[in-house]
Design a protein around this ligand. Structure first.
Ligand code: SF4
Length: 555
């Protein structure tokens, strides 16, 4: 992979000689001279680079305990090392918006381990399983960004946890915070029959060059990336996405999309219209991150994602600034990628290009445990594999299985609660962290999701359509509310007795541009489309029965 120069940061425009510089009210763009700290988050980042907090955790906080932690570190900089305080048990969702942060938080942490490209080997899987059992009360969730998330972590244990993770090449660096988060990748990178270029070298180079690099550790907000040859990640929901495309003259390379993001004011990423060879992916990525750092809006937190800049500039200007100010060259125009004819989630048994198989299996709503992951490692090893992949749909894959051992693997996975032939409900349901641990949550999600899947499997066992159901504990849409067939946004709703209870606003018919003929779009959100959490299984069952009754042949 070519090594390239680092993108430069443009200087603020100089004031004419003899005149005091004019400071029009800006959006907090550094490149336009608006460098003053403009809100509490910007102040925290300016006062001390958040990456520096690692040393304080190891030398001070881990020895003196939770009470010794500086509040700015605790609620600000800790995130750059994957650490969030978790929600205190027993605080209902009605009090989320009323209480102060310190009243909501526990003395324990959620810890996110980044698994770039979703790629794990057996040694890494065993370390994750051991950490879960020793330090995280056996918790481990597969997130919808291919991370592993622990709960119940104590600050005292962080030096040992980092030592163990880093010994096998894992890290929590910039797993959260205003910085480049985990890079999504195809779970079948390097093995899929249909893949022309394995983008793993580009992911590895981005991570090794830029994660933990202080030139990108203070971005306006989080920055999400997806790099895959296949259309098997939710690419349109990322700040930058590279998708495989075969250029008629130049051959295999990548199509580039920018400005995607869900949460409030959702926007799907837009095509830049350029073709980029694999070796240039890291440079283009760094150029776009540079634009975000320098021109991104920092004044208001709720306008600080790249999507707002892309919406204001448009892709033409964005491409021009990227080429002129950050790359110093023009990019080649490129064709749009081809979409598959059906959704690709890799569940089940599939052939690799080397003749072996990979097997995709589903836990329920991404919830696993240290014990289960340890058993998984034994099963994987017993079937001659060393590779596991996590998917951005809270599922996992075992690679490199000999054809004659595949059914034995499927049975062994079933024995530890991982279904390679799951019901449509288990296969298509995801849930965010929710009120069990998340301080922003209004409703419970994981347990509700498990109950929902169980009830639907009982009542509509043979439902045969692809369906996606995404449960979210608040409007932040971490589990991509807006792009599911049934997107559920947690909120309080009026219960049967007139009192406020946990419930969901329902978004219907959303989706990403993942298959031919399907246009990406957000689900319809109608004011009356709400259900209490209690009635959710019946609500979804009614929707499913209505769909079955009304669907046309072949739908
Ligand atoms: Fe927490 Fe809300 Fe994100 Fe769920 S959607 S993990 S409740 S912030």
């Amino acid at each position: 992979m070519a090594v390239s120069s680092t993108p430069t940061r443009p200087e603020a425009p100089a004031a004419p000689a003899g005149r005091a510089p004019r400071r029009p009210r800006g959006e907090g763009q550094w490149a336009l001279g608006h460098r003053e700290p403009l809100n509490a988050n910007e102040r925290i980042k300016k006062d001390d680079d958040p990456l520096n907090v690692r040393a304080r955790i190891e030398t001070i906080y881990a020895h003196r305990g939770f009470a010794s932690i500086d509040p700015q570190d605790l609620r600000g900089r800790f995130r750059w090392w994957g650490l969030y305080t978790q929600r205190k048990a027993g605080i209902d969702g009605g009090r989320t918006a009323v209480l102060e942060p310190h009243e909501l938080e526990d003395e324990f942490f959620m810890l996110r381990v980044r698994v770039d490209g979703g790629q794990l080997n057996l040694a890494q899987l065993r370390v994750i399983a051991d950490i879960s059992r020793e330090f995280a009360r056996d918790t481990a969730d597969i997130t919808d960004r291919q991370n592993i998330q622990f709960h119940w972590i104590r600050v005292e244990d962080m030096p040992e946890i980092w030592r163990r993770l880093e010994a096998v090449g894992l890290q929590t660096t910039e797993a959260c915070g205003d910085c480049p988060r985990v890079v999504l990748g195809s779970p079948v990178a390097g093995v899929a029959e249909a893949e022309l270029v394995d983008p793993t070298p580009a992911i590895d180079e981005i991570v090794s060059r830029y994660v933990g690099d202080k030139q990108f550790s203070n971005l306006p907000r989080k920055f999400k990336t997806s790099i895959s040859w296949l259309v098997d990640t939710p690419y349109e929901a990322n700040d930058i996405a590279f998708l495989g495309v075969d250029h008629p003259e130049h051959g295999p390379g990548f199509d580039v999309w920018v400005g995607g993001g869900l949460s409030t004011n959702p926007m799907l990423a837009k095509r830049l219209g350029v073709w980029v060879p694999l070796a240039e992916v890291p440079d283009i990525w760094a150029g776009v991150v540079g634009i975000f750092r320098d021109y991104g809006y920092r004044r208001l937190r709720n306008r600080a994602r790249l999507k707002f800049l892309v919406a204001d500039w448009g892709v033409e200007k964005f491409r021009e600034v990227l080429e002129k100010e950050y790359l110093g060259r023009t990019l080649l125009d490129g064709p749009a990628p081809e979409l598959p004819d059906k959704p690709v989630d890799h569940i089940g048994v599939h052939r690799q290009r080397d003749g072996r198989n990979y097997v995709g299996a589903a836990p329920v709503v991404g919830r696993v445990s240290g014990g289960q992951l340890a058993e998984l490692a034994d099963v994987v090893e017993a079937h001659g594999s060393d590779r596991v992949r996590l998917t951005p749909y809270q599922k996992l894959l075992v690679l490199d299985v000999a054809p004659e051992r595949t059914e034995s693997l499927v049975a062994a996975l079933r024995g530890i609660g991982l279904a390679a032939r799951p019901s449509a409900w288990r296969r298509g349901t995801m849930a965010c962290t929710g009120i069990e641990f998340c301080k922003l949550a209004i409703v419970e999600t994981k347990a509700r999701g498990e109950e929902l899947v169980a009830r639907l499997e009982e009542r509509l066992r043979d439902f045969d359509a692809d369906i996606s159901i995404h449960l979210n504990g608040c409007p932040n849409a971490c589990a991509r509310t807006q792009v599911a067939d049934i997107g559920l946004k947690g909120q309080l709703v009026v219960g049967p007795d007139g009192r406020q209870v946990e419930g969901f606003q329902v978004h219907l018919g959303g989706g990403l541009g993942m298959v031919q003929g399907q246009t990406a779009g957000f689900g319809r959100k109608l004011r009356g489309l709400k259900t209490t959490a209690e009635e959710l299984p019946e609500y979804v069952e009614r929707l499913a029965r209505r769909y079955l009754a009304g669907r046309t042949a072949g739908e």
